[in-house]
Ligand binder design. Structure first.
Ligand code: NDP
Length: 247
């Protein structure tokens, strides 16, 4: 019997990368998990081998930048399960460029997905969590939201914005026992970082005291902690999971 048995969880961007690891981890511990994603796996096929865990996971199409799409997806979860215990705002994109070459469309796309998306999803679950007098919202930020990064002004600004959103929601929702925290990874081995050049990768890795990138499951285990009863007295915090990169 897992820690999250009968809990209802929503993970945005849940069909690959870090999101997929979070979905697997929480379903492995007994939760019903809704993986909301822009592109769903082929023929809606759930991407986890184990049949008993697969039965706990459902994929729903969403565009987190669109209010109507987000509200429709959350409505579908509520029609199914009537409650929402945990929301993980994980969907995120990069459109890297130096500021002088960064165009408006790439600024807007990153801010709309990474920051506005988290706001829309949090707002869409808030009434339900308030009524339940319990809930967890976990935002997936990035260490660059705290330390900045040349070539990632849009991405860093979106992740810094997520810190402000996390703390504001934590203050606004605390009286209803809804805890809101942010997990800020450093360098994680996913398709997002696969796009970097070898030079960028080795520069990142060279600066990490632990001398390696994280696996997605190492991010998922911190999310599981913040989603669990073990963190009942933690809210409004940003936890860096970065091998010591941002000290
Ligand atoms: P991936 O690119 O592997 O996955 C991102 C996911 O977000 C995809 O499933 C993608 O969907 C989904 N997504 C993008 N846009 C939308 C949208 N408009 N609506 C719904 N879903 C969308 O990234 P990672 O797993 O690496 O990153 C996950 C999170 O972790 C992001 O927030 C990222 O910023 C953060 N992060 C990652 C780090 C890393 O080193 N990888 C470091 C620090 C933070 P689809 O595939 O359908 O397009």
């Amino acid at each position: 019997m897992g820690r999250f048995k009968n809990k209802v969880v929503i993970v945005t961007g849940g069909c690959r990368g870090i999101g997929k690891a979070i979905v697997s981890r929480l379903a492995n511990e007994g939760a019903y998990v809704y993986a909301l994603d822009y592109v769903l796996p082929k023929e809606n096929e759930v991407f986890i081998e184990d049949e008993s865990i697969k039965a706990l996971i459902k994929c729903i199409q969403v565009d987190v930048t669109s209010e109507s799409s987000v509200n429709k997806a959350i409505e579908e979860v509520l029609n199914d399960k009537k409650r929402i215990d945990i929301l993980v705002n994980n969907a995120g994109i990069t459109r890297d460029n130096l500021v002088l070459r960064l165009n408006e469309a790439d600024w807007d796309a990153v801010l709309n997905t990474n920051l506005k998306g988290a706001f829309l999803c949090s707002r869409a679950v808030a009434r339900t969590m308030m009524g339940q007098r319990s809930g967890r919202i976990i935002n997936i930020g990035s260490i660059v939201g705290s330390i900045g990064n040349a070539g990632q002004a849009n991405y860093s600004a979106s992740k810094a914005g997520l810190i402000g959103l996390t703390k504001s929601l934590a203050k606004e929702f605390a009286s209803r026992n809804i805890l809101v925290n942010c997990v800020a990874p450093g360098f994680v081995l996913t398709e997002m970082t696969d796009k970097l050049t070898d030079e960028q990768k080795s520069s990142f890795l060279g600066n990490i005291p632990l001398k390696r990138g994280a696996s997605p499951s190492e991010i998922a285990s911190v999310v599981a902690f913040l989603a669990s009863e073990d963190s009942n007295y933690i809210t409004g915090q940003v936890i860096h999971v970065d091998g010591g990169l941002a000290m």
